[in-house]
Write a protein that binds this ligand. Structure first.
Ligand code: PMP
Length: 439
């Protein structure tokens, strides 16, 4: 059955399909960290719906929330009308927002995916400022629709973006700092470059409607923004009247060890873009923003599917569970222990160039020491090795994702409910896979 399904799908589906290429499994059941395939094999899922399953697959509180809507006879499709379900979601969302933001916040429900909320944020800030330009970062990923693609600097390159009005600024990448110095100094230089560009009248920067930033770049290779650098971006934008958009699609809801990724630095953005875990594993996306920006005309942002009642119920249950169980703290603690163990792995294997992350958003950058590079570390990224490790992981019942500017970074996005024993199982399978794939 498994092979027949895979054969039919690959004959009929677009060549642009992605996960289905590197993960040839046919999931039929799932619970928590575990997916069971049609062939009866079980997998530890550290992809978690691209980071959207904060509580893992089919968590009881999520299932119960969905069931209670289904059993209540409430309408499933209500456009964007007010309902008790929406009220409960909005209340829980506002309760979780950073202090200093929540009391001034407005929410706009968007189309179902993260990329839709990015579009809404870009549109909102253009409407509010009357400007068009956008400040975005190297290696960024914001989605696959036109505006989000323009803002992206990573995988978006697969199809050329229009790139209209986008100024690309350097995002700190400690391990591969283009200035040749890592740590605070590299981030300071990146910030200074940004500042000089913004203030250079001949710099070619179109007057910006916004700056958009990920508190931790995910698809770009799991790069946490240094706190001081992010605070500097906040200062630079605030001083120039440029709204700051935090794309928390992947970093939100406890993932990085704080409820929101911006909270590590204490930065209060003007706009937060939320999706993935906010819908508790079902499609939901919102922008939350300062009320002063709420000047776009009535009907300026519409769409048929902005009222998914099941997603709102699942999302409210997820937000509540993460808050009440303090899963952000759990993610911070367990993530730190996993990073320590992974650093041990890096000491034993020359091909593990860098290990980094925040909370349960973890990246392992694989490199090719044999290539020699330019004779000094870091060695070039090794996307072939990363793909081989991913395949060896799958053979051992572990699902990991790849990312990074060259595709050389293994990414782990396990559920926030991950236990110590599960983490050990994940790390030991990963270590075996690296051992097997290393040339
Ligand atoms: N922004 C970020 C930071 C993301 O990680 C993603 C998805 N990986 C998106 C936006 C786009 O979300 P979606 O795939 O739901 O459109």
């Amino acid at each position: 059955e498994r092979d027949a399904i895979l054969r039919r799908q690959s004959a009929r589906e677009s060549t642009a399909r992605t996960y289905a290429r590197s993960l040839p499994i046919v999931p039929v059941r799932a619970r928590g960290l575990t997916i069971e395939g049609a062939d009866g094999r079980r997998y530890l899922d550290c992809l978690s719906g691209a980071g959207s399953l904060a509580l893992g697959h089919n968590h009881p509180v999520v299932l119960e929330a969905i069931r209670s809507v289904l059993d209540s006879g409430a309408p499933l499709h209500v456009l964007d009308l007010a309902t008790p379900v929406k009220d409960a979601f909005t209340t829980e969302l506002f309760r979780s927002l950073p202090a200093g933001f929540a009391d001034r916040a407005r929410v706009q429900f968007c189309g179902p995916a993260g990329t839709d909320a990015v579009e809404a944020a870009l549109k909102l800030t253009r409407a509010a400022t009357g400007r068009r330009g956008l400040l975005a970062f190297t290696g960024a990923y914001h989605g696959m629709t036109a505006g989000a693609l323009d803002a992206s600097g990573a995988r978006g390159a697969a199809v050329p973006a229009a790139g209209a009005g986008v100024t690309r600024l350097p995002y700190p990448y400690d391990y591969r700092c283009p200035y040749g110095v890592g740590g605070d100094r590299g981030a300071q230089l990146a910030a200074r470059w940004t500042e000089s560009l913004l203030d250079d009248p001949r710099g070619g920067v179109e007057p910006p409607a916004a700056m958009i930033v990920e508190p931790v770049q995910g698809e770009g290779g799991v790069l946490p923004a240094p706190d001081a650098w992010l605070r500097r971006m906040r200062e630079l934008t605030a001083a120039r009247g440029i709204p700051l958009i935090a794309d928390e699609v992947q970093t939100g809801v406890g993932r990085t060890g704080a409820f929101w990724g911006v909270q590590h630095s204490g930065v209060i953005p003007d706009v937060m873009v939320l999706s993935k875990a906010v819908g508790g594993s079902l499609p939901l996306a919102v922008v939350v923003y300062d009320q002063d920006l709420d000047v776009w005309p009535r009907g300026a942002h519409a769409g048929t599917f902005r009222g998914n009642q099941l997603a709102m119920a699942a999302g409210a249950a997820t937000l509540k569970f993460v808050r009440e169980e303090d899963l952000a703290r759990h993610a911070a603690d367990l993530g730190a222990r996993m990073l320590t163990q992974l650093r041990g792995l890096a000491e034993r294997h020359a091909c593990v160039g860098d290990v980094r992350g925040r909370g349960l958003m973890i990246g392992v950058e694989l490199v090719d020491p044999a290539s020699g590079g330019d004779g000094k570390a870091p060695y070039p990224a090794d996307p072939e090795l990363a793909a081989a490790v991913q395949a060896e992981c799958l053979a051992r019942g572990l699902i990991v994702e790849l990312g990074g500017r060259d595709g050389g970074v293994l990414r782990l996005l396990p559920p926030l409910t991950l236990t110590d024993e599960q983490a050990s199982a994940v790390l030991s399978r990963l270590a075996d896979a690296i051992e097997a794939a290393e040339r």
